[in-house]
Design a protein around this ligand. Structure first.
Ligand code: M6R
Length: 363
């Protein structure tokens, strides 16, 4: 049932405040503002490495998780798409933690890496939406996302719920490893608790997307740029647009622009810049100026005032002020909406895009 929405994807985008709240409540003690993550059966303080593997959108969630776990738990994280890690069969130090992210819990490549990790003596944890799935069953610890059934082939609410769990996991590991103290934990938890309210506000400003989507729908190619945790968001934005609007899109780390993709920029290439006003903002501003001086059409997604970027932007999606830690959860929403409205403008089958299956159970 789509409720009042035209597509399941729209319904699922709008469910995010609620399902993120449910998911967070599963890992957070709201009274104490602390997290509790299940015991993995490994001593977090002596852990030397974690390995993350997943496919598609779940992989991008894992990539944000890597940035968080490295930063807040000071634990080195290896990450790769499951279809590569599967045949690479990387050596894994016995007793390490292997983490898998999957909405369906049935993705063949992800499951194959899970079995490799087990053979390599890893403790296996997985962030899964379907609790009865094969990946959940074959894990030592399943960390559920409480997104509810996701019908749209393009993953939306599952992604932000995966981020919610990975954020809690990073905090939990950070505490267990003595990297963050109780006060820091409370502050991080507090910023997660505010996410559903921020997303509700973002969803109240939906009317601006149609005009931007009409610009995107005329493009042949679209670039997405971001730095730090906004880099996986750029990748996710590009994947969403490709999947449902069939417009060619690439996500790039903003710093890679001058190593090649800048050659593509002209007035016909919209460049979507995911740039919260964080520690890396000024760096991304320089990249925006490089794009603008070559005539690129910038669509800025930011809580900063567009005046601060010192160049012309074609459109600005104004974001609420949030902490650096919570920002990937917020910035997921405008990239979903841009893809959604562009697909609607193109008249494609939003919920059942061509050539795609919801669950990829064959390699
Ligand atoms: O069920 P999974 O999370 O393991 O699926 C992984 C990918 O197939 C999935 O995220 C795919 O990339 C989506 N269609 C993205 O919107």
């Amino acid at each position: 049932d789509k409720g009042n929405h035209r597509h399941f994807m729209a319904k699922e985008i709008h469910e995010q405040p609620e399902v993120i709240s449910h998911t967070l409540a599963n890992y957070i003690d709201m009274g104490e503002a602390t997290v509790s993550v299940p015991d993995f059966g490994v001593d977090a303080s002596t852990l030397s490495r974690a390995t993350i593997s997943a496919c598609g959108t779940a992989y991008y969630a894992g990539l944000v998780g890597k940035y968080w776990i490295e930063r807040y738990a000071r634990l080195p994280v290896e990450i790769d798409v499951a279809s590569e890690m599967r045949y690479r069969e990387p050596p894994m130090t016995a007793g390490g933690l292997a983490l898998f992210v999957s909405q369906s819990g049935e993705t063949a490549d992800t499951l194959a890496v899970l079995r490799h990790a087990r053979a390599e003596g890893q403790r296996v944890a997985s962030v899964v939406n379907v609790r009865t799935s094969t990946i959940a069953r074959e894990s030592d610890v399943a960390l559920p996302t409480l997104a509810g059934p996701e019908i749209g082939v393009a993953s939306t609410k599952a992604f932000t719920c995966q981020l919610s769990v990975l954020a809690c996991l990073a905090i939990g590991l950070g505490r267990a490893r003595g990297v963050i103290d109780r006060e820091q934990e409370r502050a991080l938890v507090q910023s997660l608790v505010e996410v559903p309210r921020h997303i509700s506000n973002i969803l109240r400003n939906e009317s601006q997307y149609e005009a931007i989507a009409s610009l995107l729908s005329k493009a042949r190619d679209v670039l997405y740029l971001g730095r730090g945790t906004s880099y996986p968001l750029a990748l996710e934005g590009a994947l969403k647009l490709k999947e449902i609007s069939y417009i060619h899109a690439e996500g790039y780390a903003a710093g890679e622009l001058k190593h090649g993709p800048i050659a593509l920029i002209d007035e016909n290439v919209p460049v979507i810049v995911v740039a919260p006003k964080d520690a890396l903002f000024e760096k991304t501003v320089s990249n925006m100026q490089e794009v603008a001086s070559r005539g690129g059409q910038i669509i800025l997604i930011s809580d900063a005032d567009p005046e601060e970027v010192g160049c012309r932007v074609a459109a600005h999606i104004a974001m609420p002020k949030a902490t650096e830690f919570a920002s990937p959860l917020l910035y997921a929403v405008p990239v979903q909406l841009l893809a959604y409205y562009t697909a609607v403008a193109m008249g494609t089958d939003v919920d059942q895009p061509r050539n795609l299956a919801k669950s990829v159970t064959v390699e």
